[in-house]
Design a binder for this molecule. Structure first.
Ligand code: PLP
Length: 388
């Protein structure tokens, strides 16, 4: 292709992308903003990919793997989990609509509802996390367009009757969306349970290594799929192929890692609930949880994220507990291979319906370390509280 051209032109055009590639286990990482079209007519052929922003082969490979995981016909990728949640809401809401949102929603999602949705004329009403389908239907009015669930709820892990809510909403022509990051599309399948839009932060369990941001929205509904397409396109969201590759690599070990997270979390949670300093452990997989029956009905397993509620302790005891931990890092994320802890109370104050616990709430992400070592670390933390 470069024969006969000047040296400067050859430098610009030599080293073209090969037409075919040897087959590797993972997909090629196809980087590109410009897409070369084969002829003039193709430039405006809406069936073709004509620009790289909406994703090329690497993102398409990831989206098709996620479509399989979610049992979806359409999966759209977003640059973060938060972008996936708020982008999906923007895709289906318009001024004048009302959205019902669980009060245990991830706090930045709530901030978007309060700061952005309200400004654009969408009414936001928060409902208690354990509201029954009938109670939710009683709250819904003519303008209610969407019910947003997050189950279990952020930080306090209340489970929702998601299939019941989805069925009741559908009968009223109301859409449902669920942030299913905790179950990672593996332990619970929102679309198979009648929910219209399944969203998750791939940043957490699917990525699994605490080093990449991404989110996805999945649906089986053609019209919602088109609305998601428009939202991604109209807002200009884009996902890098290198990030898509990393998320896909994480997906390959998702079931294996989740089994270990679950097993270790159960051991740690069971140990914790027997400690005299502990009031309760908020984890639906524990038989002592008020949501245990619902969890057994709807879920095939439990993730490694839960919270421990201490008994009433002096105000600085939580910090002493956290500061004494050596294996648990202190940090806001979860779903990665590494164990993490954070105090939840500063985030609980915004909730209307409150969740009065006896003492402070600490959220734990149980990673892939040996659970015996994690228990030793927690024992040291509890000792440092100085309350026994
Ligand atoms: C339940 C839930 N949804 C969404 C998100 C947002 O994910 P991201 O950090 O990728 O925006 C988080 C992050 O912690 C989360 O906990």
């Amino acid at each position: 292709m470069t024969d006969g051209y000047s040296e400067a032109t050859k430098v610009v055009h030599s080293g073209e992308a090969p037409a075919t590639l040897p087959q590797t286990v993972g997909p090629p990482v196809q980087r590109g903003s410009t897409v070369l079209l084969p002829n003039a007519a193709a430039l405006y052929d809406s069936r073709l990919t004509t620009y790289g922003r909406s994703g090329l082969s690497t993102q398409e490979t990831l989206a098709s793997a996620l479509a399989h995981l979610e049992g979806a016909t359409t999966v759209r990728l977003f640059p973060s989990g938060l972008a996936a949640v708020v982008g999906s809401m923007l895709a289906v809401l318009k001024a004048g609509d009302e959205v019902l949102v669980t009060e245990t929603i991830y706090k930045p999602t709530r901030r978007f509802c309060d700061n952005v949705l309200k400004r654009y004329g969408v009414r936001v009403t928060y409902y208690p996390a354990r509201a029954t389908p009938a109670e939710l239907m009683a709250m819904a009015g003519d303008a209610t367009r969407l019910i947003v669930m997050e189950s279990p709820g952020s930080l306090t892990f209340e489970l929702q009757d998601a299939p019941g809510i989805a069925a009741a909403a559908r009968a009223r022509g109301i859409l449902t969306l669920m942030d299913n990051t905790w179950a990672a599309g593996w332990f619970f399948k929102p679309l198979a349970h009648g929910i219209d839009i399944s969203v998750q932060a791939l940043t957490k369990y699917v990525g699994g290594h605490a080093d990449v941001f991404m989110g996805c929205a999945a649906t089986r509904d053609v019209n919602i799929g088109a609305a998601l397409d428009h939202a991604v396109w109209d807002f200009g969201w884009s996902v890098a192929p290198d990030d898509a590759y990393q998320i896909l690599r994480g997906l390959r070990t998702l079931p294996t890692r989740l089994a270990r997270h679950q097993d270790s979390a159960m051991k740690v949670a069971t140990w914790l609930q027997d400690q005299p300093e502990v009031s309760q452990v908020l984890y639906p997989a524990l038989p002592s949880s008020p949501d245990h029956a619902l969890w057994r009905r709807d879920y095939t397993g439990a993730a490694g994220l839960f919270a421990v509620v201490f008994k009433s302790v002096p105000a600085d005891a939580t910090d002493r507990f956290l500061d004494a931990l050596r294996l648990f890092g202190l940090g806001f994320s979860w779903g990665g291979f590494e164990s993490l802890a954070l105090s939840a109370d500063p985030q609980l104050g915004v909730r209307e319906h409150g969740s009065p616990f006896e003492g402070p709430v600490v959220r734990l992400n149980i990673g892939l370390e040996d659970p015996a070592d994690l228990i030793d670390d927690l024992r040291t933390g509890i000792y440092a509280m100085g309350v026994s």
